[in-house]
Design a binder for this molecule. Structure first.
Ligand code: GDP
Length: 424
């Protein structure tokens, strides 16, 4: 059975925690898009970890972790992460890397930084992990597939050709040091030696696993609102964040994805620039940021303070619909226990008209939040494991959100740990 774990919002919904939890009963966990630009924070028996490229199922002995063909694969990032977790006592994970995954090149990271510098104040707030230049090159057909590392003739010729092109931009647009093709080739040889033991046709491996009835988890990065087609374009990421893309980024038939667990956060947070209708500021935002997540809402990769906001029914309902959510995991609800009253955005006022439909970016820019205020529950709900034991106002909040989302909330996460979960 194939299950996807994906985000309905701007990312940082707690997908890592849900994946880590569901991995207990899974055989294979696949990353199918994105790269090491975002992070998942996971708290389990081994400690607290920030994973960027490794799937969040690496903490179990029985799982195989796959870097799918859709991933922006940073070779050094993968091995650094593996070393980090092994140093902290986690058993060495079983990893497979798709022979069709493409490689984040050192110049992708440089181009990301150069472009942000060139754009100055108009920058996208990139994490500078090379993701946008990587995907641009992939679709311009000048990317490097893992399989190409093993064909020396192709590799040498391609390195020369690509360097010529990149160096024109480096010299004349960015005025920086040109790339040395020999050095680049050496780096790629190092990458080749590092990945060789892990490379295979992961799509074939997954096909076989499906046939054998294995449990497979597809782990998404970021959320619907960062999808290049359906998100807040252009302030989006460069690969699709939707469950549907899981079929492509992992190489499995779309009809095999039977369950789409969509992770929705009990309040809003976002990193980087872009429209954010229910955003809050000042002390109100500072307090939620400080209390949020597990030890504050700061980026797992960058440490940047996240932008904060109230729960947005319009964006989250849309987020669930575009994912094709079959169920919702509602996360970080425990964080809201300090509030007397909790505003929830139930509509967007655009030019005097209120809508419940999430609009395109040009209209979104004009949207003002319409709030409904729900009563808080004023207590700590961590440690509760039965739905009926939650305070009434807390259940009311969940049920209100569920009605707005139009999808069943099957899990409620009330703490960062593996076992902080309430099934309904
Ligand atoms: P991801 O990218 O979707 O995996 O999300 P992140 O890992 O960036 O952000 C989620 C943060 O919230 C992490 O620090 C988690 O440890 C934490 N977290 C996840 N679920 C819960 C929860 O139910 N309650 C609390 N307090 N923290 C949670």
């Amino acid at each position: 059975m194939v299950k996807a774990v994906v985000g309905a919002n701007w990312g940082d919904e707690g997908k890592g925690k849900i994946t880590d939890m569901l991995a207990e009963t899974s055989d294979i966990i696949v990353r199918f898009q994105g790269g090491s630009n975002a992070g998942h924070t996971i708290v389990n028996d081994y400690g607290k970890f920030a994973l960027h490229i490794l799937p969040s199922g690496v903490f179990y002995n029985h799982t195989t972790s796959i870097i799918g063909n859709g991933v922006a694969f940073s070779v050094p990032a993968l091995f650094k992460e593996v070393n980090d977790i092994v140093e902290k006592g986690v058993p060495k994970p079983k990893i497979l890397v798709s022979d069709r995954a493409q490689i984040v090149m050192p110049y992708h990271i440089l181009f990301d930084a150069y472009e942000e510098e060139r754009l100055g104040g108009k920058s996208f707030g990139s994490t500078k992990s090379g993701i946008a230049p990587f995907y641009s090159d992939k679709y311009s057909k000048i990317g490097f597939q893992v399989s190409e590392l093993f064909d020396e003739d192709i590799l040498e010729e391609k390195v020369e050709r690509v360097c010529q092109l990149k160096n024109v931009l480096i010299e004349h647009l960015y005025h920086k040091e040109p790339i040395n093709p020999k050095e680049l080739l050496n780096t790629l040889h190092e990458y080749r030696d590092m990945v060789e033991p892990y490379v295979c046709d992961t799509a074939a491996f997954l096909r076989e696993a499906i046939k054998e009835g294995k449990n497979i988890l597809l782990e998404g990065q970021l959320g619907t609102l960062k999808d290049p087609d359906f998100g807040i374009y252009p302030m989006v990421t460069s690969s699709s964040t939707l469950a549907a893309y899981g079929a492509i980024g992992a190489g499995i038939p779309p009809y095999e994805i039977k369950s789409i667990v969509t992770v929705v956060k009990a309040y809003s947070s976002a990193v980087g620039a872009g429209e954010f209708v229910s955003e809050i500021f000042g002390d109100e935002a500072d307090e939620l940021r400080r209390r949020g997540g597990d030890g504050g809402e700061f980026g797992a990769t960058t440490g940047r303070p996240r932008r904060m906001g109230w729960f947005d029914c319009v964006a989250s309902r849309y987020g669930c619909k575009m994912q094709g959510a079959t169920e919702v995991a509602f996360t970080v609800l425990d964080v809201l226990g300090y509030l007397d009253e909790i505003p929830v955005c139930v509509g967007y006022d655009i030019d005097g008209e209120v809508t419940r439909d999430f609009p395109v970016t040009s209209r979104l820019k004009k949207a003002k939040p319409v709030y409904k205020v729900l009563p808080g529950w004023k207590c700590d709900i961590r440690g509760i494991s039965k739905y009926e034991e939650l305070p009434e106002n807390c259940r009311n909040y969940i049920e209100f959100v569920e009605k707005e989302l139009e999808v069943k909330i099957s899990m409620i996460s009330n703490g960062p740990g593996r076992h902080d979960i309430i099934y309904r």
